[in-house]
Ligand binder design. Sequence first.
Ligand SMILES: Cc1ncc(COP(=O)(O)O)c(C=O)c1O
Length: 378
Amino acid sequence: MENEVYQRILSESNKKKLEKTLSSAEDLAAKSIGYPCNFAFDYSELLPFFSYSFNNLGDPFNSSNYRLNTLDYEREVIDFFADLTDMPVDERWGYVTNGGTEGNLYGLFLARETLPEAIVYYSEDTHYSIGKALRLLNMRCIMLRHQKNGEVDYEDLKESVKIHRDLPAIVLATAGTTMTGAVDNIKIIREILKENLISDFYIHVDAALSGMILPFVEDPQPWNFSDGADSISISGHKFIGAPVPCGVVLAKKSNRDRVARSIEYVGALDTTLTGSRNGLSPLMLWYAINRDGKVGFARKVKYCLGVADYALNALNKCGIPAWRNKNSNTIVFPKPSCDVLEKWDIAVYRDIAHIITMPSTKHKQVDALVNDLLDYPA
Ligand SMILES: Cc1ncc(COP(=O)(O)O)c(C=O)c1O
Protein backbone atom coordinates (compact mmCIF):
# COMPACT_ATOMS: atom_id res chain seq x y z
CA MET A 1 0.00 0.00 0.00
CA GLU A 2 2.71 2.47 0.98
CA ASN A 3 4.62 1.51 -2.18
CA GLU A 4 1.56 2.16 -4.32
CA VAL A 5 1.18 5.64 -2.87
CA TYR A 6 4.88 6.25 -3.42
CA GLN A 7 4.67 5.19 -7.05
CA ARG A 8 1.57 7.24 -7.74
CA ILE A 9 3.11 10.38 -6.33
CA LEU A 10 6.69 10.16 -7.50
CA SER A 11 7.64 10.42 -11.16
CA GLU A 12 10.30 8.17 -12.65
CA SER A 13 12.76 11.03 -12.86
CA ASN A 14 12.21 11.90 -9.22
CA LYS A 15 12.76 8.29 -8.20
CA LYS A 16 16.00 8.25 -10.21
CA LYS A 17 17.10 11.43 -8.47
CA LEU A 18 16.62 9.79 -5.06
CA GLU A 19 18.47 6.65 -6.16
CA LYS A 20 21.40 8.70 -7.43
CA THR A 21 21.67 10.63 -4.16
CA LEU A 22 21.56 7.42 -2.14
CA SER A 23 24.14 5.62 -4.24
CA SER A 24 26.59 8.53 -4.02
CA ALA A 25 26.20 8.87 -0.24
CA GLU A 26 28.58 6.02 0.62
CA ASP A 27 31.25 7.33 -1.70
CA LEU A 28 30.93 10.86 -0.30
CA ALA A 29 31.09 9.60 3.30
CA ALA A 30 34.34 7.74 2.52
CA LYS A 31 35.93 10.95 1.21
CA SER A 32 34.72 13.14 4.06
CA ILE A 33 37.69 13.13 6.39
CA GLY A 34 37.87 16.83 7.23
CA TYR A 35 34.54 17.27 8.98
CA PRO A 36 33.50 16.04 12.43
CA CYS A 37 30.88 13.54 11.33
CA ASN A 38 30.68 10.00 12.61
CA PHE A 39 29.12 7.92 9.84
CA ALA A 40 29.17 4.68 11.87
CA PHE A 41 25.68 4.55 13.33
CA ASP A 42 22.70 2.28 13.00
CA TYR A 43 19.27 3.40 14.16
CA SER A 44 17.32 0.94 12.00
CA GLU A 45 15.56 -0.43 15.10
CA LEU A 46 13.93 2.99 15.41
CA LEU A 47 12.51 3.08 11.86
CA PRO A 48 8.90 2.33 12.97
CA PHE A 49 8.95 5.59 14.94
CA PHE A 50 9.22 7.49 11.64
CA SER A 51 5.54 6.78 11.05
CA TYR A 52 4.47 9.13 13.85
CA SER A 53 4.79 12.84 14.43
CA PHE A 54 6.64 12.93 17.75
CA ASN A 55 6.92 16.50 18.93
CA ASN A 56 8.63 17.55 22.16
CA LEU A 57 7.22 21.03 22.42
CA GLY A 58 7.70 22.59 25.82
CA ASP A 59 10.18 22.01 28.62
CA PRO A 60 11.45 18.41 28.83
CA PHE A 61 11.14 18.44 32.61
CA ASN A 62 7.46 19.48 32.56
CA SER A 63 4.38 17.84 31.11
CA SER A 64 2.76 18.82 27.80
CA ASN A 65 -0.80 18.54 26.48
CA TYR A 66 0.66 17.16 23.25
CA ARG A 67 1.16 13.60 24.42
CA LEU A 68 2.77 12.13 21.30
CA ASN A 69 6.21 13.04 22.59
CA THR A 70 9.49 11.50 23.75
CA LEU A 71 10.05 13.83 26.71
CA ASP A 72 10.87 10.95 29.07
CA TYR A 73 13.68 9.83 26.73
CA GLU A 74 14.88 13.43 26.48
CA ARG A 75 15.12 13.68 30.29
CA GLU A 76 17.29 10.54 30.37
CA VAL A 77 19.54 11.99 27.65
CA ILE A 78 19.98 15.22 29.64
CA ASP A 79 20.74 13.25 32.81
CA PHE A 80 23.44 11.32 30.95
CA PHE A 81 25.11 14.50 29.65
CA ALA A 82 24.72 16.21 33.06
CA ASP A 83 26.78 13.33 34.50
CA LEU A 84 29.41 13.65 31.76
CA THR A 85 29.79 17.38 32.40
CA ASP A 86 29.81 17.24 36.24
CA MET A 87 26.68 19.31 36.57
CA PRO A 88 25.58 20.05 40.15
CA VAL A 89 22.63 17.75 40.94
CA ASP A 90 20.31 20.51 42.19
CA GLU A 91 20.96 22.67 39.07
CA ARG A 92 20.52 20.02 36.36
CA TRP A 93 18.56 21.16 33.36
CA GLY A 94 18.84 21.16 29.57
CA TYR A 95 17.16 20.07 26.38
CA VAL A 96 17.89 18.33 23.08
CA THR A 97 18.62 20.91 20.38
CA ASN A 98 18.95 20.93 16.61
CA GLY A 99 22.74 21.06 16.99
CA GLY A 100 25.64 23.00 18.46
CA THR A 101 24.52 26.31 16.94
CA GLU A 102 21.16 26.31 18.74
CA GLY A 103 22.92 25.40 22.01
CA ASN A 104 25.26 28.37 21.62
CA LEU A 105 22.41 30.74 20.84
CA TYR A 106 20.53 29.47 23.89
CA GLY A 107 23.57 29.74 26.18
CA LEU A 108 24.14 33.35 25.11
CA PHE A 109 20.41 34.11 25.48
CA LEU A 110 20.45 32.87 29.10
CA ALA A 111 23.68 34.78 29.73
CA ARG A 112 22.10 38.00 28.44
CA GLU A 113 18.94 37.50 30.51
CA THR A 114 21.14 36.91 33.57
CA LEU A 115 23.55 39.82 32.96
CA PRO A 116 21.92 42.28 30.53
CA GLU A 117 24.66 44.90 30.95
CA ALA A 118 27.54 42.51 30.32
CA ILE A 119 30.19 42.55 27.60
CA VAL A 120 30.76 39.27 25.77
CA TYR A 121 34.42 38.25 25.31
CA TYR A 122 35.14 35.66 22.63
CA SER A 123 38.14 34.50 20.66
CA GLU A 124 38.64 35.06 16.95
CA ASP A 125 38.77 31.26 16.66
CA THR A 126 35.22 30.67 17.89
CA HIS A 127 32.77 29.04 15.50
CA TYR A 128 30.84 31.37 13.20
CA SER A 129 27.63 30.51 15.06
CA ILE A 130 28.81 32.74 17.91
CA GLY A 131 29.14 35.89 15.79
CA LYS A 132 25.66 35.22 14.41
CA ALA A 133 24.17 34.66 17.88
CA LEU A 134 25.75 37.89 19.13
CA ARG A 135 24.22 39.80 16.22
CA LEU A 136 20.82 38.21 16.77
CA LEU A 137 20.87 39.00 20.48
CA ASN A 138 22.35 42.45 19.89
CA MET A 139 24.97 41.91 22.60
CA ARG A 140 27.95 44.18 23.18
CA CYS A 141 31.07 42.14 22.48
CA ILE A 142 34.87 42.15 22.18
CA MET A 143 36.75 39.73 19.95
CA LEU A 144 40.01 38.46 21.45
CA ARG A 145 43.20 37.34 19.75
CA HIS A 146 44.08 33.66 19.66
CA GLN A 147 47.32 31.82 20.40
CA LYS A 148 49.13 29.84 17.71
CA ASN A 149 47.43 26.58 18.75
CA GLY A 150 43.95 28.18 18.48
CA GLU A 151 43.42 28.68 22.24
CA VAL A 152 42.24 32.13 23.34
CA ASP A 153 45.02 34.63 24.17
CA TYR A 154 44.61 34.98 27.95
CA GLU A 155 46.79 38.12 28.00
CA ASP A 156 44.39 39.81 25.59
CA LEU A 157 41.46 38.76 27.79
CA LYS A 158 43.27 40.19 30.82
CA GLU A 159 43.87 43.53 29.09
CA SER A 160 40.33 43.81 27.75
CA VAL A 161 38.70 42.90 31.06
CA LYS A 162 40.90 45.39 32.91
CA ILE A 163 39.60 48.24 30.73
CA HIS A 164 35.94 47.25 31.38
CA ARG A 165 36.15 46.34 35.06
CA ASP A 166 32.97 48.29 35.77
CA LEU A 167 30.83 45.91 33.70
CA PRO A 168 29.77 42.27 34.16
CA ALA A 169 31.41 39.78 31.81
CA ILE A 170 30.15 36.94 29.66
CA VAL A 171 32.92 34.71 28.31
CA LEU A 172 32.36 32.41 25.38
CA ALA A 173 34.91 29.60 25.69
CA THR A 174 35.40 26.81 23.17
CA ALA A 175 36.21 23.20 24.01
CA GLY A 176 37.52 21.97 20.68
CA THR A 177 37.86 24.87 18.25
CA THR A 178 36.61 24.21 14.75
CA MET A 179 39.96 24.44 12.96
CA THR A 180 42.54 23.25 15.51
CA GLY A 181 40.62 21.45 18.29
CA ALA A 182 42.01 23.79 20.96
CA VAL A 183 40.39 24.03 24.40
CA ASP A 184 40.04 27.40 26.16
CA ASN A 185 40.95 26.78 29.81
CA ILE A 186 38.01 28.07 31.86
CA LYS A 187 39.93 27.87 35.15
CA ILE A 188 42.40 30.45 33.81
CA ILE A 189 39.49 32.51 32.48
CA ARG A 190 37.80 32.51 35.91
CA GLU A 191 41.05 33.52 37.60
CA ILE A 192 41.43 36.47 35.22
CA LEU A 193 37.87 37.63 35.97
CA LYS A 194 38.37 37.26 39.72
CA GLU A 195 41.77 39.01 39.68
CA ASN A 196 39.97 41.98 38.14
CA LEU A 197 37.32 41.84 40.87
CA ILE A 198 34.54 41.07 38.42
CA SER A 199 32.00 39.26 40.56
CA ASP A 200 29.17 39.10 38.01
CA PHE A 201 30.18 36.81 35.17
CA TYR A 202 28.81 33.97 33.08
CA ILE A 203 30.79 31.38 31.13
CA HIS A 204 29.24 29.50 28.21
CA VAL A 205 31.27 26.63 26.77
CA ASP A 206 30.87 25.66 23.13
CA ALA A 207 31.86 22.00 23.31
CA ALA A 208 30.33 20.95 19.99
CA LEU A 209 32.88 18.20 19.35
CA SER A 210 35.15 17.87 22.40
CA GLY A 211 32.17 17.67 24.76
CA MET A 212 32.09 13.99 23.83
CA ILE A 213 35.90 13.56 24.09
CA LEU A 214 37.00 15.36 27.26
CA PRO A 215 34.78 13.31 29.64
CA PHE A 216 36.66 10.18 28.52
CA VAL A 217 40.34 11.22 28.64
CA GLU A 218 42.68 10.91 31.61
CA ASP A 219 43.75 14.52 31.87
CA PRO A 220 41.09 16.85 30.39
CA GLN A 221 41.62 20.60 30.22
CA PRO A 222 39.20 22.48 32.55
CA TRP A 223 35.95 22.85 30.57
CA ASN A 224 32.93 21.58 32.52
CA PHE A 225 30.54 22.67 35.29
CA SER A 226 32.87 21.74 38.14
CA ASP A 227 35.51 23.95 36.48
CA GLY A 228 33.08 26.89 36.35
CA ALA A 229 30.87 26.62 33.24
CA ASP A 230 27.35 28.06 33.48
CA SER A 231 26.09 26.43 30.29
CA ILE A 232 27.49 23.98 27.74
CA SER A 233 26.47 23.11 24.18
CA ILE A 234 27.39 19.74 22.63
CA SER A 235 26.54 18.41 19.16
CA GLY A 236 24.93 14.97 18.91
CA HIS A 237 25.42 14.23 15.22
CA LYS A 238 29.18 14.80 15.40
CA PHE A 239 30.86 12.28 17.71
CA ILE A 240 27.83 10.10 18.48
CA GLY A 241 26.56 10.26 14.91
CA ALA A 242 22.97 10.62 13.67
CA PRO A 243 21.13 10.91 10.35
CA VAL A 244 19.83 14.36 11.39
CA PRO A 245 21.63 17.25 13.11
CA CYS A 246 21.05 17.27 16.87
CA GLY A 247 22.73 18.18 20.13
CA VAL A 248 22.17 19.08 23.75
CA VAL A 249 22.37 22.31 25.69
CA LEU A 250 22.90 22.09 29.45
CA ALA A 251 22.12 25.11 31.59
CA LYS A 252 21.59 25.76 35.26
CA LYS A 253 17.95 25.47 36.31
CA SER A 254 18.11 28.77 38.22
CA ASN A 255 19.10 30.58 35.00
CA ARG A 256 16.44 28.79 32.97
CA ASP A 257 13.81 30.04 35.42
CA ARG A 258 14.54 33.61 34.29
CA VAL A 259 13.24 32.90 30.78
CA ALA A 260 10.41 30.44 31.57
CA ARG A 261 6.89 31.41 30.47
CA SER A 262 3.78 29.29 30.87
CA ILE A 263 1.84 28.64 27.64
CA GLU A 264 -1.76 27.73 28.37
CA TYR A 265 -2.91 26.23 25.08
CA VAL A 266 -0.22 23.56 24.98
CA GLY A 267 -0.15 23.17 28.77
CA ALA A 268 3.63 23.47 28.67
CA LEU A 269 6.37 25.62 30.07
CA ASP A 270 8.07 27.60 27.30
CA THR A 271 11.78 27.49 28.09
CA THR A 272 13.29 26.37 24.78
CA LEU A 273 14.20 28.41 21.69
CA THR A 274 11.79 26.77 19.28
CA GLY A 275 8.21 25.76 20.00
CA SER A 276 7.80 22.48 18.14
CA ARG A 277 10.88 20.35 18.69
CA ASN A 278 12.15 17.19 17.05
CA GLY A 279 10.88 14.19 19.00
CA LEU A 280 13.01 11.69 17.07
CA SER A 281 16.48 13.04 17.88
CA PRO A 282 16.09 12.51 21.68
CA LEU A 283 15.09 8.95 20.81
CA MET A 284 18.24 8.45 18.71
CA LEU A 285 20.53 9.94 21.35
CA TRP A 286 18.84 7.81 24.02
CA TYR A 287 19.34 4.74 21.82
CA ALA A 288 23.04 5.47 21.23
CA ILE A 289 23.64 6.20 24.91
CA ASN A 290 21.98 2.99 26.04
CA ARG A 291 23.62 0.88 23.36
CA ASP A 292 27.16 2.21 23.84
CA GLY A 293 27.12 3.42 27.44
CA LYS A 294 30.04 5.30 28.97
CA VAL A 295 32.32 2.30 28.42
CA GLY A 296 31.51 2.18 24.71
CA PHE A 297 32.06 5.93 24.26
CA ALA A 298 35.37 5.73 26.15
CA ARG A 299 36.51 3.00 23.75
CA LYS A 300 35.50 5.10 20.75
CA VAL A 301 37.39 8.13 22.06
CA LYS A 302 40.49 5.97 22.58
CA TYR A 303 40.14 4.67 19.03
CA CYS A 304 39.79 8.19 17.53
CA LEU A 305 42.82 9.52 19.41
CA GLY A 306 44.77 6.42 18.35
CA VAL A 307 43.93 7.04 14.68
CA ALA A 308 44.87 10.71 15.23
CA ASP A 309 48.34 9.62 16.43
CA TYR A 310 48.61 7.25 13.49
CA ALA A 311 47.76 10.05 11.02
CA LEU A 312 50.16 12.47 12.73
CA ASN A 313 53.04 9.99 12.52
CA ALA A 314 52.27 9.11 8.91
CA LEU A 315 52.19 12.80 7.89
CA ASN A 316 55.31 13.75 9.86
CA LYS A 317 57.21 10.75 8.45
CA CYS A 318 56.59 12.10 4.95
CA GLY A 319 57.88 15.52 5.93
CA ILE A 320 54.45 17.17 6.25
CA PRO A 321 54.55 19.39 9.37
CA ALA A 322 51.30 18.19 10.95
CA TRP A 323 50.36 18.75 14.60
CA ARG A 324 47.48 18.34 17.00
CA ASN A 325 46.37 19.82 20.30
CA LYS A 326 46.26 17.80 23.53
CA ASN A 327 43.15 15.56 23.72
CA SER A 328 42.14 16.47 20.19
CA ASN A 329 41.29 14.32 17.19
CA THR A 330 41.89 17.26 14.83
CA ILE A 331 45.17 17.00 12.89
CA VAL A 332 46.34 20.29 11.40
CA PHE A 333 48.66 20.56 8.39
CA PRO A 334 49.48 23.04 5.61
CA LYS A 335 46.78 23.60 2.98
CA PRO A 336 47.17 20.86 0.33
CA SER A 337 47.03 21.19 -3.46
CA CYS A 338 43.81 21.69 -5.43
CA ASP A 339 44.06 18.09 -6.72
CA VAL A 340 43.90 16.74 -3.17
CA LEU A 341 41.06 19.10 -2.25
CA GLU A 342 39.11 17.92 -5.27
CA LYS A 343 39.49 14.30 -4.23
CA TRP A 344 38.85 14.66 -0.49
CA ASP A 345 36.43 16.67 1.65
CA ILE A 346 39.02 18.45 3.77
CA ALA A 347 38.30 21.61 5.76
CA VAL A 348 40.56 24.51 4.81
CA TYR A 349 41.00 27.90 6.47
CA ARG A 350 43.54 30.39 5.11
CA ASP A 351 46.86 28.47 4.86
CA ILE A 352 45.93 25.50 7.06
CA ALA A 353 43.81 22.40 6.63
CA HIS A 354 42.74 19.63 8.95
CA ILE A 355 41.38 16.14 9.13
CA ILE A 356 39.31 14.90 12.06
CA THR A 357 39.52 11.26 13.08
CA MET A 358 36.04 10.07 14.04
CA PRO A 359 34.78 6.62 15.12
CA SER A 360 34.06 5.89 11.44
CA THR A 361 37.56 6.93 10.22
CA LYS A 362 39.62 3.97 9.01
CA HIS A 363 43.40 3.65 9.04
CA LYS A 364 43.26 2.85 5.32
CA GLN A 365 41.51 6.19 4.65
CA VAL A 366 44.41 7.95 6.35
CA ASP A 367 46.92 5.90 4.27
CA ALA A 368 45.11 6.80 1.04
CA LEU A 369 45.06 10.50 1.93
CA VAL A 370 48.76 10.52 2.83
CA ASN A 371 49.57 8.86 -0.50
CA ASP A 372 47.57 11.52 -2.34
CA LEU A 373 49.33 14.31 -0.43
CA LEU A 374 52.63 12.82 -1.60
CA ASP A 375 51.46 12.25 -5.18
CA TYR A 376 50.01 15.76 -5.54
CA PRO A 377 52.22 18.08 -3.45
CA ALA A 378 51.10 21.64 -2.68
C1 LIG B 1 33.30 24.64 17.75
C2 LIG B 1 32.00 24.48 17.03
N1 LIG B 1 30.91 25.04 17.54
C3 LIG B 1 29.70 24.94 16.95
C4 LIG B 1 29.56 24.22 15.79
C5 LIG B 1 28.22 24.16 15.14
O1 LIG B 1 27.62 22.97 15.46
P1 LIG B 1 26.35 22.44 14.64
O2 LIG B 1 26.85 22.16 13.26
O3 LIG B 1 25.99 21.21 15.43
O4 LIG B 1 25.33 23.49 14.69
C6 LIG B 1 30.67 23.60 15.20
C7 LIG B 1 30.53 22.84 13.96
O5 LIG B 1 31.43 22.34 13.38
C8 LIG B 1 31.93 23.74 15.85
O6 LIG B 1 33.04 23.19 15.33
